[in-house]
Design a protein around this ligand. Structure first.
Ligand SMILES: NC(=O)c1ccc[n+]([C@@H]2O[C@H](COP(=O)([O-])OP(=O)(O)OC[C@H]3O[C@@H](n4cnc5c(N)ncnc54)[C@H](O)[C@@H]3O)[C@@H](O)[C@H]2O)c1
Length: 433
């Protein structure tokens, strides 16, 4: 095993304190480890130092309680990374404008860590990315900036995150964790670190394999969601309810796994990660045809939903131009505030282009954050009888719990339901889409 630095103050540093990094830091603290949280965003570090949990789905006192243990510290000073036995990188991996991978956050994190890398430290990358990133890209930045050699002077592993935001039943320690090392000695160090928190580690041959595991999981989901989205369109024209079909099909105890249709796919993972493989596959002269096809279907869903609205309004002799339309749910999935890549924004754009007066309602996203063009700064509509009655139609895009769907269906005359949550026995004309 690559010997650890003897004098480390913290077992682990987490670089990137977002949806993945914060729960991971808490997981290590709860397992008794001393943790240093580092983020390039000084405002976020300050917020965490003051005990605030910036993720709406975490208990509000989660950070404050962890700080009380004295095993957790947050800092915006990257030189403090040298105080740690291991550094885990959890930074974003978005796509560029033309759907090629944007590794800039990983490379920046590598450059931040490299000058403070000491002999015996372990670096683990958790960000989802294409096979070869850890071995080729991150390793080069770390070696260049530190003068040390990966695999002998320091350990390097890739261990993908399986965070399920908003799922209160999902406990970090109980989630099996895949890990691959640059060398067997690197893997050993990685297992030693994660073994303190995770009950079931799944070692694989190398970093490339571990990277491929993560992409495979998300591609599987991306393609299966596209499949049910396509089946929804076909069955709907046959007057068959896709939700009833899935509920019945999932009683089969083998060979079937339920996926559910929706208004498209969102979040920082499912609509993005598959294209990391698409890009890398080109280097090997391969096209990722399944991914392309699934992407076409998933991207077409907002048009499908808005088309249902147009048809229903047309049938009622009404025009979308000038009509007030309420979009319910901006988060990409129920119970969380993460609205990244949410298809709701695409639907809102389509509605606005057609002249509709767009409102939205989402208790988890009370105000639209920056990064959503002209929608940024808009506030969630106040839920009231009067405001609902002013709407000509509503589109349900996220199946958040706690929404009074009965009242919605009593007060808004037309509801397009992409999530199968609105009762059909109330006053509204409810259209499944
Ligand atoms: N969100 C999820 O549910 C989820 C699940 C599994 C895997 N992942 C993957 O995990 C990675 C992180 O995703 P996330 O959702 O936590 O992102 P996030 O945007 O919520 O958080 C990332 C954090 O990293 C910080 N950051 C960016 N560049 C930095 C740098 N150079 N140095 C230090 N900090 C930096 C940002 O300020 C931010 O606080 C991505 O690769 C994502 O695909 C996410």
């Amino acid at each position: 095993m690559i010997a650890k630095p003897a004098d480390a103050k913290h077992e682990v540093a987490i670089v990137g304190l977002g949806y993945v990094g914060i729960p991971l830091a808490l997981g290590f603290v709860n397992a008794g480890c001393r943790v240093l949280g580092f983020d390039a965003d000084g405002g976020r570090v300050l917020e965490l130092q003051n005990g605030h949990a910036p993720l709406a789905h975490l208990p509000p006192d989660a950070i404050a309680k962890a700080l009380q243990t004295k095993r957790l510290e947050f800092s915006a000073d990257k030189s403090r990374l040298s105080e740690c036995e291991a550094v885990i990188i959890c930074v974003p991996t978005p796509l560029r404008k033309h759907q090629d991978p944007d590794l800039s956050h990983i490379l920046d994190a590598g450059e931040e860590i490299a000058p403070h890398l000491r002999r015996g430290m372990l670096v683990s990358l958790e960000s989802s990315t294409y096979p070869g990133t850890t071995r080729e890209e991150l390793r080069a930045v770390l070696e260049k900036g530190s003068g040390l050699k990966a695999g002998t002077d320091f350990a390097l592993v890739f261990s993908p995150e399986r965070e399920d935001p908003g799922n209160t039943q999902s406990v970090i320690g109980d989630m099996p964790k895949v890990i691959g090392g640059l060398t067997p000695a690197c893997l050993e160090r990685g297992q030693d670190l994660y073994g303190r928190v995770i009950k079931h580690l799944v070692p694989v041959k190398d970093c490339d394999t571990a990277e491929a595991v993560k992409l495979t999981e998300n591609i599987f989901r991306f393609i299966n969601i596209a499949l049910v989205n396509e089946l929804k369109r076909i069955y709907s024209s046959m007057d068959i309810d896709i939700w009833e079909v899935i509920d019945a099909a999932k009683t089969k105890p083998f060979g079937f796994m339920p996926f559910y249709p929706g208004p498209g796919v969102g979040g920082h993972c499912i609509p993005i990660d598959p294209y990391y493989l698409t890009w890398k596959a080109k280097e090997f002269n391969y096209d990722t045809r399944f991914i392309e096809l699934a992407g076409q279907i998933n991207r077409s869903m907002p048009y499908y939903v808005v088309n249902h609205l147009l048809e229903a309004m047309n049938a009622a002799g009404r025009s979308l131009r000038g009509a007030r339309v309420l979009v319910l749910g901006l988060a990409y999935k129920p119970g969380i505030s993460d609205d990244r890549e949410s298809p709701s924004y695409h639907i809102m754009d389509l509605l606005a282009k057609k002249g509709a007066e767009v409102e939205y309602y989402d208790e988890h996203v009370p105000k639209i954050p920056p990064g959503h063009g002209h929608w940024a700064g808009r506030s969630s509509m106040l839920w009231s009888e009067r405001n609902l009655s002013d709407c000509a139609a509503a589109i349900v895009c996220t199946a958040h719990r706690g929404v009074h769907y009965e009242q919605l269906a009593d007060l808004v005359p037309l509801v397009i339901d992409a999530c199968n949550v609105v009762p059909k026995n109330r006053k509204a004309h409810v259209v499944a889409a």
